[in-house]
Design a binder for this molecule. Structure first.
Ligand code: OGA
Ligand code: MN
Length: 227
């Protein structure tokens, strides 16, 4: 296994029941009338955890997405998707990490860092790139507390997707985030430490009653170091 999976050692799987989640406690519309990007098991949970979970739609432009893909595709294409490690937290993926980027990509990443992390705090140097096949998905896990700190920020490329958070010790407390293509999501503090996160497979990809086709998806993930 490559180095990056070390981040996923210490993975604590939640016993997530597969029963259909009751649709949502919210109307599906946020107070300002935009379709909600975050729904959950209760209004209280959405409000309480909401400050530790952000989804920013249209965080990057189509051109910026193109620049990231041009930089990443040649390396990714040399690898094969991994399907057969049944114990892994991730199924149907290939991945890489990158320290140095071209100017256009560096510009995007510094924007990610400036909105997601406190200024001057220590960041994990390499950026993690995870390419999920159309049939790939990420099972519930918590990133290792040994290797990364309180904040995880990810760009969502090529496909819309749904991230589910489930409270580690209370599977009835959950949030689902709609991550539109070219959005940025940020998980902080409790949302990062006390909830598992997962990316739903295509067959299960339904948000607030709406089907969200999950195609091939690439995420570009920045993390900070443990404090
Ligand atoms: C991970 C992970 C989320 C994503 O690699 O630990 O949870 O958006 N990735 O790909
Ligand atoms: Mn993770």
């Amino acid at each position: 296994m490559r180095q990056w999976l070390s981040v996923l050692n210490g993975v604590q799987r939640a016993a997530v029941s597969s029963r259909r989640r009751s649709s949502c406690a919210r109307s599906g519309l946020s107070p300002c009338g935009h379709p909600a990007l975050i729904v959950g098991s209760s209004r209280e949970l959405v409000q309480r955890l909401g400050s530790q979970v952000e989804v920013r739609t249209g965080f990057i432009t189509e051109e910026e997405e193109g620049a990231l893909l041009r930089e990443l595709e040649p390396g990714l294409k040399k690898k094969r998707y991994e399907f057969d490690h049944w114990d892994d937290a991730i199924h149907g993926y290939r991945e890489t990490e990158r320290v140095t980027w071209g100017a256009a990509c560096e510009e995007v990443l510094s924007r990610v860092r400036s909105v997601a992390f406190p200024e001057g705090g220590p960041l994990l140097g390499p950026v993690h790139v995870l390419d999920l096949d159309k049939t790939g998905y990420i099972k519930p896990h918590i990133d290792s507390v040994k290797f990364c700190g309180s904040t995880i920020a990810g760009l969502n490329l090529l496909s819309d997707s749904i991230m589910r958070l489930v409270k580690e010790d209370a599977a009835n407390e959950w949030l689902e985030l709609l991550l539109p293509r070219r959005s940025l999501y940020i998980l902080r503090d409790q949302a990062r430490f006390n909830f598992t996160h997962e990316i739903l497979k295509d067959e299960e990809s339904v948000f607030n009653g709406q089907r969200v086709p999950r195609l091939r998806r690439i995420s570009v993930i920045c993390r900070n170091l443990p404090g």
